[in-house]
Structures are given as structure tokens and as C-alpha cells.
Write a protein that binds this ligand. Sequence first.
Ligand SMILES: O=c1ccn([C@@H]2O[C@H](COP(=O)(O)O)[C@@H](O)[C@H]2O)c(=O)[nH]1
Length: 144
Amino acid sequence: MTVSPYLGVGALTPAFERADAAGKGLFVLAATSNPEAAPLQGALLRDGRSVARAVVDEVRARGHGVVIGATGALVAVGLDRDDLIGMPILAPGHGAQGARLVDARARFGDAADLVLASASRSILRAGPDGLSDAIAAHAAEAQW
Ligand SMILES: O=c1ccn([C@@H]2O[C@H](COP(=O)(O)O)[C@@H](O)[C@H]2O)c(=O)[nH]1
């Protein structure tokens, strides 16, 4: 499940606890793929970290995953890909939003090992008859 930290990561404690009890994981929005996000998610806190970095740090401490879009530059939201190593990452933005699955390793480096790359419209628009080919083509690109 994907959840928003806008009320503070601590406010998600009941969701973390519920997920932990079920042996599941949450993805917390940290650096989303929409271009409007960067000014907010890249804003600096009093301790010098960006909002996105603080979300990543707090979610890592709780043992869950983050949403890191595949589109904009990580540096624009105060992130380095090495900050993400070892965390489950849900990465939307592939396909219709412009990011290419073949670029995931270059974008995420060693953090790519735990990237769950998502693409929806670029597969669905193939329609029922083209769906399996579209999935196969995307899967072929997603070899990192
Ligand atoms: O940062 C984010 C977080 C969520 N989404 C959602 O993912 C899918 C993307 O669909 P595509 O067709 O692959 O673009 C959509 O439901 C978004 O609301 C996101 O795009 N970016």
C-alpha cells in the first residue's frame, strides 16, 4: 500500500504497525514523479535535510519502503541514490510519464536491486489484444 507522509511520518505509526503485524510493507511517498512536487519535497528543513531525505531516513528506520519517481533528478529533491540503497523503492513514472525502464540502473545505481518499477498507461493502452505483448516488451526493458 502507498501512503502519504504529509501529516508527518510519525502519524503513519498505526499503518506501519498494522503492516508489520501482517508481515507486509508500506511505500511512503518521498519524491514523487509529478513535476510540481520538487519545490515541496526538495525544501530544506532546519537540520539541512530536504523533506524527501527526511522522509527516506524516517521510513528506513521503520523498515518500510519509499516512492521515488523515475522522472526528475534526485538532486532536485536533495537526494543521492546512495541514500536509497537497501530500501524497497516503488518507482512510478516509467512509460507514459517519460522515464525509460532501461535507465533504472543508471538512475538508482546499487539501490536498483530493490526497485519495483511501475508502468500503467503505457501497457494498458495496448488494449486487451496487445496486453501480453506490451507486458513482454516492458519486461524485456526492465533487465537491470
Ligand atoms: O509519484 C507518483 C506516485 C504515484 N503515481 C501513480 O502511479 C500511476 C502511474 O501511472 P502511469 O500510467 O504509469 O503513469 C498512477 O496511478 C499515478 O497516480 C505516480 O505516477 N507518481
